[in-house]
Ligand binder design. Sequence first.
Ligand SMILES: [Zn+2]
Length: 95
Amino acid sequence: MAALPVRTCIGCRGKFPKKDLLRFVQAATGKLQADLTGKLPGRGAYVCQSQVCINVTFKSQKINAHLRSNLSNQVVDSFKQELLSLVSHRNVKEV
Ligand SMILES: [Zn+2]
C-alpha cells in the first residue's frame, strides 16, 4: 500500500492527501501567496479547497497563531478573498 503524503487542513483539522489540499505560504516579504505548484519557499500551511475551511482558516488570530506571524485583518481578509475566488473557479464540478 503506497502511502500518500498527507497534510492537515488548518480549517477542519482533517487529514487529507496533499494533492487535494491548497497550499499557501508566507513569503520572506511577509506576503501570503497561494502555492499552486507546491514549490514556493516560505512557511507553508494547507487548507481544504472548500469555502468553509477557507473561511474558518483565514481569521487573523488563527492564521497568525499558525504562522507565528502578525498579519493585519486587512491582509488576511484580502488573501481569503483571493483563495475563495480560486476555489470557486476550480470546484465547479464538485457538489
Ligand atoms: Zn478542511
